[in-house]
Every structure is written in structure tokens, then in C-alpha cells.
Design a protein around this ligand. Structure first.
Ligand code: DGL
Length: 274
């Protein structure tokens, strides 16, 4: 069988929340997911480290036959995507494409706000990169973005504590910090693929009039649009409805966690990086 799946990459489990929306919207394609769990979290790592790790994973996905790779991780999109697109791709596989999640999100984000004041909850790496501010400036220069780094949220999710009382403290603290920056924020984006699992608690501490955006549907809509605008790439992506999952860490651990993120059981395989 000729397999040219769409590659979906994340530092760990988070990207599974994005893959789920891809499959809901575009079920016919083959998908190959890679979670770099052995080296996660990426959110607190330097630019150079996130770039090196992400590039290695993208090369591996290309080696598996993926013509198109989606970095379903905000941190990797913020710290590695541009260099990979501009410097590495032309040398590696000029016909292949690597896309991220920040641009498709900022392309539509401004349309959700009436007050033109938007809040962003993300990893330290994504916040420090300033990528959302730069992209929003391009598409919606009138919108002001307020950011809050939530370094404890990914560990809470990864350690299965996201529904417990301990999580309330950090969720409340970061939301309070964000809202203290501006009283008229009317839209808050969860700019980390792990955070949808905390959405129930986040909603609890966010005033009712503030709308909460998650990225999955936005990014899936953007992928559908990309494929319809690039028929040459669309033709290269194979369509047998297959899904394969790889992790750089323990498959038992990945499969146990994955149900939470993906909504159904997964059987992953192991691959080593580095
Ligand atoms: N899933 C990553 C993101 O969307 C964060 C997880 C990590 O820190 O590795 O930003």
C-alpha cells in the first residue's frame, strides 16, 4: 500500500487533541502521529533545543513518507517552524511542507473579539517567543494580545491531576494574572494543545461573558482549506483512513494517557530519537 500520511507532531500527548479534530473533519486521509514524550516538556526549553528536537522529528516523519507535517504544538511552532521552513526545508525536501498552529489561529482570532482585547494562555516558551503578538499584528493590528505563561498546567495534565483540587490553585492564579492585565478582555485562547483538558476548570474561573477558544477546530478548518488550495499536495497525501501512533518514550505510558487526549484507545509504537 502506498502510504503518504499527514504527519502530526507534538512534544507529547497534546497534539492528539488536534489530530482528533483533523480526523473528525478529514477522516479519509492517513495520519501518522509522533509524540516526543521522552524529551517533553518542550515549553521550558531554549530556542535551540526546541529547534533541534523538532527538526529531528520532522526529518523522521519525512522519512516515513509524510509529504506534509503539521507541528501540532504551539511551542514547536513558535520556536522551530520558521527556521525549518526557511533554512532546512529547501535543503531537505523542497516539495514537502511543514505547517504550524499559530498562523492559522491568529488568522481568525481577531474575528472573535468585540473589545479588541484578547487573552492568551500558553507555555513559557510560546509566551517568550512573542510569536502570537507578531502574527496578530499582521492580521489584526487593532487587536491587543495579553499573555500569561502557565508553566504548571502541562505537568498537571501530564500527571493526571487536571481534574483534582491542586489544579484549581494554578488555574485560578494564572487566569487572575491574565485578567489583571486588562479589564476588557472578552476572548481567551488556549494556546497550548494540552490545555483543552483543563477547559472545564478554566471555564469555572473565567467570567461568563469571556469566550474561551480552543485551537483544534480552527486548525482543522485551516488544514482543510490548505488542502483545497494546494491540489498538488492534496494528491500526494494518501487516503486509506489509517492512523499510526509513535512515541519516543514508553508505549504503555503513551497508550494509557492517550485515551484522555484522543478520546479512544490507541496502540502506539516506539521510536528512538537522538
Ligand atoms: N503541547 C505543547 C504546546 O502546545 C506544550 C507541551 C510542552 O511543554 O511540551 O505548546
Amino acid at each position: 500500500m502506498n502510504q503518504h500520511p499527514i504527519g502530526v507532531f507534538d512534544s507529547g500527548y497534546g497534539g492528539l487533541t488536534v489530530l482528533k479534530t483533523f480526523i473528525d473533519k478529514l477522516p479519509g486521509y492517513d495520519y501518522l502521529y509522533l509524540g516526543d514524550n521522552a524529551r517533553a516538556p518542550y515549553g521550558t526549553r531554549s530556542f535551540d533545543t526546541v529547534y533541534r528536537y523538532t527538526l529531528e522529528c520532522v526529518k523522521w516523519l519525512f522519512g516515513q513518507g509524510c509529504p506534509l507535517v503539521i507541528l501540532a504544538c504551539n511551542t514547536a511552532s513558535a520556536k522551530a517552524l520558521r527556521t525549518i521552513q526557511q533554512k532546512d526545508l529547501p535543503l531537505l525536501q523542497p516539495g514537502n511542507r511543514v505547517l504550524g498552529v499559530i498562523r492559522p489561529t491568529t488568522e481568525v482570532m481577531g474575528a472573535f473579539t468585540k473589545t479588541q482585547q484578547v487573552g492568551l494562555l500558553a507555555t513559557t516558551g510560546t509566551v517568550q517567543s512573542g510569536s502570537y503578538l507578531l502574527e496578530m499584528e499582521k492580521f489584526f493590528p487593532q487587536v491587543k494580545v495579553y499573555q500569561e505563561a502557565c508553566p504548571m498546567w502541562v505537568p498537571l495534565v501530564e500527571n493526571n491531576e487536571y481534574e483534582n483540587e491542586g489544579a484549581d490553585y494554578f488555574v485560578k492564579k494564572n487566569i487572575d494574572n491574565l485578567l489583571a492585565q486588562c479589564g476588557s478582555i472578552d476572548t481567551v485562547l488556549l494556546a497550548c494543545t494540552h490545555y483543552p483538558l483543563l477547559a472545564k476548570k478554566i471555564r469555572q474561573y473565567l467570567p461568563e461573558h469571556i469566550q474561551l477558544l480552543t485551537q483544534g477546530e480552527i486548525v482543522a478548518g485551516s488544514l482543510a482549506d490548505y488542502l483545497s488550495r494546494h491540489p498538488e499536495m492534496e494528491k500526494r497525501c494518501s487516503k486509506n483512513g489509517s492512523r499510526h501512533f509513535y512515541t519516543t518514550d514508553s508505549v504503555e505510558d503513551f497508550d494509557a494517557h492517550a485515551t484522555l487526549f484522543f478520546g479512544k484507545p490507541i496502540q502506539s509504537e516506539h521510536v528512538s530519537m537522538g
